[in-house]
Write a protein of this length. Sequence first.
Length: 174
Amino acid sequence: MRKNLISVIILALCIVNLILNALMVFVFVPSAKKTDNLVTEIASILNLELQKDGTEDTQRADVDIKNAQNYTLSEATTINLKNDGSGTNHYAMIGISISMNGKAKDYKDVSTKLAETESWVYDVTRSVVQEYTYAEINDAEIQKLVKQEITKGLQDKYQTDCIYDVNFSQFNTQ
């Protein structure tokens, strides 16, 4: 008789557990869907803002690896960094590699022009990098921002979308 009573209690607890689990599903699933929709909206808004600010993530995604062409500048450039108030002059030595879309209409013109006007690339790089202090330029997030600014500056200077990324082939600070 006692084993029968324990079996009935266990069965009752299992049924209560099943009912509570079903209740939790109906309570939590709608709020999880609302949270998912909110996160999706925020992500889409941030993506739009990134595209407006000039990051070329969409262009980078559109370039097939087979069509990517690199142009590496012949030598690294040394740039004075912004004074951070420490009384010490800091420098950055940066080598630049420019990624271009080989299928772009103006690729041949731009690649030829790059070879002739490397000084323009150094000038754009210098104007961007010298706006940062030693501590700032060593931050990985700032380096990404610097690359984006250099890319945008080169696109404006050469009036092309063929250039879609800039990489540092060498990056030393002192």
